[in-house]
Ligand binder design. Structure first.
Ligand code: 13P
Ligand code: SF4
Length: 328
């Protein structure tokens, strides 16, 4: 975690962020799992596919990426001429950590007749070792374009890969990574919550384990879940993903009730992503002021990783906002 040592007392952080944004010609991109105060001042809030597309298309000179490192790396891979800053460079991801490039390379080499379809939640090195990247909102569209006879390895999220295998009758070999946030939901506590709210549907992210997905009425990416929240006919929704997305739901649909799915202690705090939570308004201000911490990627590595990301963007065309993975 980056600890700010300077004293920012007396600095009007919100006014300074607005001023620096203009001065630097910067765009602020934020993931749905960011704190509400960051979501509220971002130029765009979105899921990982939408934010990748924004990063590729923006004409701003600086991208302040309020998300985790693999997302800021993706922005830099797609927009190398831009300065990309991440408020806290330690904002990692358990899925990325689960998949060291040298082990992934050995896994690929052990299966030379397989292509590598890889979740975007991984390092730039792993992207460079992959054939096609997917996000949770583009995975279904992309997988359906790959012939059933083609052997595939899927990493690093075994729950997303397993969900796709079950839904489409595929037999992808799965890397054993998990998201520590979605892994923490408790089936027992979810069923208790469901009993207390009869009739409330459950919307779940495909990073959840099968025991949670099996109870879901809707399975999809963060954007897909948000779209479901806007359209489901009831008045209460149980949300099995990182709970900061509920901020967007409450803004968009003020009359309805959104309840975060619980962890094993019956309280959903364990489902807050500790990496996403490292970004703060103060660190965003310092990042815009100093243009640090800055993402830098060696050019050969960037070009190798860009191939699999470009393939994703081509194959995913038209996916954004469609509600992606659909119901169970
Ligand atoms: P999406 O934004 O693609 O739904 O991914 C969720 C996530 O875990 C990002 O780290
Ligand atoms: Fe990684 Fe999970 Fe956090 Fe997303 S929510 S950044 S997958 S640890």
């Amino acid at each position: 975690m980056t600890v700010l040592t300077e004293n920012l007392t007396g600095v009007d952080i919100l006014a300074e962020i607005a001023r620096l944004k203009q001065e630097r010609n910067a765009v602020i991109l934020a993931h749905y799992y960011q704190k509400p105060e960051i979501q509220d001042l971002a130029d765009y809030v979105g899921d990982s596919l939408e934010l990748s597309k924004k990063a590729a298309a923006t004409d701003a000179e600086v991208i302040a990426f309020c998300g985790v490192k693999f997302m800021a790396d993706t922005a830099k891979i797609l927009s190398p001429e831009k300065i990309v800053v991440l408020p806290d460079m330690d904002a990692g991801c358990s899925l990325e950590d689960s998949c060291p490039p040298e082990k992934f390379k050995a896994f690929r080499e052990a299966h030379p007749d397989h292509i590598a379809l890889t979740y975007i939640n991984c390092s730039t090195e792993v992207k460079a070792l992959s054939d096609v990247i997917v996000t949770s909102s583009s995975a279904e569209t992309i997988l359906q374009q790959i012939p059933a006879s083609q052997k595939i390895i899927f990493g690093p999220d075994r729950h997303l890969g397993g969900y796709l295998n079950r839904k489409f009758g595929r037999d992808m070999l799965l890397w054993p990574g998990v998201c520590i946030v979605h892994e923490a939901f408790s089936e027992t506590e979810l069923l208790k919550l469901k009993a207390q709210n009869p009739g409330a549907p459950i919307a779940a992210h495909p990073e959840c384990p099968p025991a949670i997905i099996d109870h879901a009425d809707y399975v999809g990416s963060t954007s897909g879940i948000l779209n479901f929240a806007k359209t489901f006919p009831g008045d209460t929704l149980i949300v099995a993903t990182e709970p900061h997305i509920i901020h967007q739901m409450e803004k968009a649909i003020p009359g309805k009730t959104f309840i975060g799915a619980p962890g094993a202690d019956g309280n959903c705090n364990c489902n807050i992503c500790p990496y996403m939570a490292l970004n703060t308004l103060e660190k965003l201000y310092v990042a815009l002021r100093d243009l640090q911490p800055r993402i830098e990627i060696e050019e050969g590595l960037r070009l190798a990783a860009k191939k699999s990301l470009d393939r994703m963007l081509e194959m995913a065309a038209g996916t954004v906002g469609k509600g992606d993975l659909g119901g169970r």
